[in-house]
Ligand binder design. Structure first.
Ligand SMILES: [Zn+2]
Ligand SMILES: [Zn+2]
Length: 123
């Protein structure tokens, strides 16, 4: 958003406020115009959007920040899923240094072969 863009104050049509000053002006102007503030609703998608009660429905239908917010929610859900996957993969099976079964088998085989050779030679 262009910070130099002029936005019309929802409390007073004669106020044209730079976008970067808008949040400050809203706080100030709301205090100066409590009666007007009562007639305005805050947009659920952007707290800077103050809309007259009667126009809130229309505004919600057309709010430019609605799609932005929906995208944010989608991204958050995506991040959450990603995090769960990462957490699951941090656990690893402890490394197995020695394979006892295989070693015992190799010893038995070599002893067997050695014994055969001995007996063959003794004949
Ligand atoms: Zn104002
Ligand atoms: Zn809005």
């Amino acid at each position: 958003m262009d910070p130099q863009r002029l936005i019309q104050c929802p409390f007073d049509k004669h106020h044209q406020i730079r976008a970067y000053r808008f949040p400050y002006h809203l706080v100030k102007c709301r205090k100066n115009n409590p009666e007007v503030a009562k007639t305005l609703d805050t947009c659920p998608f952007n707290a800077r959007h103050l809309v007259p009660h009667a126009k809130l429905k229309d505004h919600i239908m057309n709010c430019r920040d609605k799609t932005l917010m929906e995208q944010d929610i989608a991204n958050q859900a995506c991040d959450h899923q990603q995090k769960q996957v990462n957490d699951g993969s941090t656990w690893q099976a402890p490394p197995c240094d020695e394979d006892w079964d295989k070693e015992a088998l190799e010893q038995a085989e070599s002893a067997f072969v050695w014994g055969m050779t001995n007996s063959a030679m003794s004949r």
